[in-house]
Write a protein that binds this ligand. Structure first.
Ligand code: ADP
Ligand code: MG
Length: 235
């Protein structure tokens, strides 16, 4: 495994107040290593999305620290957090979050790091097997294709870390599997750091490490010495 990319310490988060209070995170500490394929596993309501949003600088904990490159995300102002999200993080959501008025190509190119490569949007769409559909609009694409556009969009940013919140949740089994194979390829072939949140235990078998979350706490960290290729996982 690579060097530590991110280190979270003692994260707490409570939503609401009084009787309606929910403790979404109850003291979470973890590390993410450069280039690892990590699965965060837990049932619905266990705090997975809350944790992922914090790792991605989309939300702040009530208490705790998240160190990246020597700075604490939790102490950054909005401007610093925006820069962190922009430069270091790609997001893939269950609901794809594509802009319906824009073509696949436009959805990808709007976040692309053009300074790095002016043809990056096209290349990333080709990488996920959608080069021939770059001018289609989201409504003209299947769920799996839309999710692949959202992966291409995340990649075009050339972000250090890809955070995926239930990326197969809205897809049928076969398509979901293709997306997992795609994410695995990014990690194994391209060395990208990939974090996948899921409630499906079997998906954990493809990861280098599985973080088990329950009631806002990490109850176990599992290391897979020999991860199983996504292609061979069944659930
Ligand atoms: P998961 O992604 O594992 O399903 P979440 O992180 O979304 O879990 O939620 C953890 C807990 O926090 C749940 O009980 C959920 O209802 C609550 N929660 C999450 N976000 C909010 C919010 N914005 N306002 C109030 N409660 C929330
Ligand atoms: Mg969630």
């Amino acid at each position: 495994m690579g060097e530590v990319f991110l280190e979270a310490n003692g994260l707490y988060k409570t939503y609401g107040s009084g009787q309606g209070q929910v403790r979404a995170l109850n003291g979470v500490s973890m590390q993410i290593f450069d280039g690892e394929l990590m699965v965060i596993l837990g049932s619905s309501g266990s705090g997975k999305s809350t944790l992922l949003n914090m790792l991605g600088g989309m939300d702040k904990p009530d208490k705790g620290s998240i160190m990246v490159d020597g700075q604490d995300l939790c102490r950054l102002r909005d401007k610093g957090l925006t820069r962190y999200r922009k430069e270091k993080v790609g997001f893939v959501f269950q609901s794809f979050n594509l802009i319906t008025e824009l073509s696949a190509y436009e959805n990808v190119s709007m976040t692309a790091d053009k300074a790095a490569d002016p043809h990056i949007a096209e290349k990333m769409l080709e990488l996920v097997g959608l080069g021939h559909k770059k001018d289609k609009y989201p409504t003209q694409l299947s769920g799996g294709e839309q999710q692949r556009v959202s992966i291409a969009r995340a990649l075009a940013k050339n972000a250090k870390m890809l955070l995926c919140d239930e990326p197969t949740g809205a897809l049928d089994y076969e398509t979901g599997k293709q997306i997992l194979i795609e994410l695995e390829k990014l990690s194994r072939v391209h060395g990208q750091t990939v974090v996948i949140v899921t409630h499906t235990r079997e998906i954990g078998r493809m990861a280098d490490r599985v973080i088990h979350v329950r009631n806002g706490k990490i109850i176990e960290t599992e290391i897979n010495e020999e991860p199983i290729p996504a292609e061979r996982i069944e659930w």
